[in-house]
Design a protein around this ligand. Sequence first.
Ligand code: SF4
Length: 322
Amino acid sequence: MAKPLLEVSGLKKHFDIKGGVFGRKVGTVQAVNDISFTVMEGEILGIVGESGCGKSTTGKAILRLIEPTEGKVTFEDHDLTNLSDEEMRKLRRDMQMIFQDPYASLNPRHTVEKIISEPLLIHGVKSSEQRSQRVKELLEVVGLNPYHATRYPHQFSGGQRQRIGIARALANNPKLIICDEPVSALDVSVQSQILNLMSELRDEFNLTYIFIAHDLSVVKHISDRVGVMYLGNMVELTEKDKLYEDPKHPYTQALLSAVPSLDPDIRKERIILQGDVPDPANPPTGCVFHTRCPKAMEVCKQEKPMFSEVEDRHFVACHLYN
Ligand code: SF4
């Protein structure tokens, strides 16, 4: 049975807003506000939500690419939040990140060989011959021609560049890869090729992914479980099929109602949410979704709902179920 690889507990990331002549703190953006979840070994956990909901900040805070404000992140037996910079640097070998825009994350002046061999060099592979051999292997693994190692990023298509990004992430045999919108800059036809490649790599190398995206169909394609975020909070988390067939949280219901069904027998009524997403510097009291929720009750304005298990392995933060 799979065991937990990563445990996130009460994670918060708040950013100060500075203003005035002296640049004093004038407010706080609550980008991630007290979220908890576990990722099992070999699992693909999708995290979905609209732009600005805190999903990318969550990914970066887990890897401490930005420092969390509060909370605990445990990877295997290591409490990441208490590691020194040097200890964290060593452990990053096991935890990689793939970014949305492969072009922006690949140095345009470096050859593919240099780009992919950089993490090998950082983590102590001193022999240039070994690095070169590994780069060739990695290019083959991601479906590129090893002879292209001498080329530059601009000589590749968007999909090929993302394959290079994946090869770089795989260089040191990581256990966990956090993928931040890895296919959203790509054409739909290329998206499924990259998603299929990532699924195959998971099986081949027993990888674990946190897959962050705003596109519900992309997340559905690849994930085992899915967490839904709204305004810095995780509002629902369960197995993919349960979430897509029986969403419990009114926000998830609204999000899914906007996805067209391929089955003509399934007619869904589109739930149109009123208003805009509130300012994360001034979030609503109680349930952060109450200003837009079609099912809001009086209690929702006062009390923040607990994120609790309302059915087996189905977690929801909503007073309708508490
Ligand atoms: Fe809607 Fe209330 Fe549930 Fe929040 S707690 S999602 S406002 S019903």
